[in-house]
Ligand binder design. Structure first.
Ligand code: NAI
Length: 240
């Protein structure tokens, strides 16, 4: 059975990714931090999905958890770095706290989990797949999101560099950059209809499952010749 770790795997896009892997027969380990309710709901509905609480920005916590997962399952086939936060604000009002706390989760968190997992993937010599979740903000930029866009842009560069560094280990590393997707993150947007009509050629927000299909494809053997690439999934919104 293939083993996949999905960070932020208990709600939103991450939950859909966890469920899609589960349907495909993977052993899924979903990592979350804050929302106990979402974690509990997933546990009750899908008792065979393993749920683990861990702050990905804390290197020690990550190392202990990934060691535990490796010991329990003997290998890690796939990692999806999906956990991410927003701390929006205009640039001249951007506090150091907002900047640093976001970078610590989105970028350093991705670094922490990737390094912990890659150590085991390399030693095991079975190859592997890593899929990082970026954003159209990381490709095209966004007003009020300089911290978020910087973190997501860096994730794309991290992906490209990891892909080159681990290609000889048959570990493929790719990136998925969603545009507007129906989740808690976008639920508070007041001008959804206007955004759909004016910015998105397909005239609607994406569904979480649509992102999950792309992620599970990239994790599959059908995608063995794809590495170091960023895939934008945004209803045709940006020119990438
Ligand atoms: P969400 O807010 O619904 O879920 C985020 C998940 O990340 C939660 O499970 C949370 O527990 C986890 N998380 C947050 N901080 C963490 C930490 N320090 N340690 C461990 N886990 C942590 O988010 P959503 O909307 O599902 O987004 C998922 C990913 O997709 C994020 O990386 C986001 O930036 C990206 N994205 C989302 C878009 C959208 O329209 N919702 C658009 C583009 C990208």
């Amino acid at each position: 059975m293939k083993i996949v770790i999905v960070t932020g795997g208990t709600r939103g896009i991450g939950r859909a990714i966890s469920l899609e892997f589960f349907k495909e027969g993977y052993k899924v380990i979903a990592i979350y931090q804050g929302n106990e309710r979402a974690a509990q709901d997933l546990k009750e509905e899908f008792p065979n999905i393993e749920i683990e609480k861990c702050d990905i920005s804390d290197e020690k916590e990550v190392s202990i958890l990934v060691n535990k997962i490796y010991k329990r399952h003997g290998k890690i086939d796939c990692l999806v770095n999906n956990a991410g936060i927003t701390r929006d604000g205009y640039f001249l009002m951007m506090s150091n706290e907002k900047w640093n706390s976001l970078l610590n989760v989105n970028l350093t968190g991705t670094f922490n989990v990737s390094r912990a997992v890659l150590r085991f993937m390399k030693v095991k010599k079975l190859g592997g797949k890593i899929i990082n979740i970026s954003s159209t903000s990381g490709v095209a930029g966004q007003i009020g999101q300089t911290n978020y866009a910087a973190s997501k842009g860096a994730i794309i560069s991290l992906t490209k560099s990891l892909a080159k560094e681990f290609a000889s280990d048959k570990i493929n590393v790719n990136c998925v950059s969603p545009g507007f997707i129906e989740t808690d993150m976008t639920a508070s947007l007041k001008n959804k209809e206007m955004i759909s009509e004016t910015l998105i050629p397909l005239q609607r927000f994406g569904q979480v499952e649509e992102v999950a299909y792309l992620v599970t494809f990239l994790a599959s053997e059908k995608a063995n010749y794809i590495t170091g690439k960023n895939f934008v999934i945004d209803g045709g919104m940006i020119n990438d």
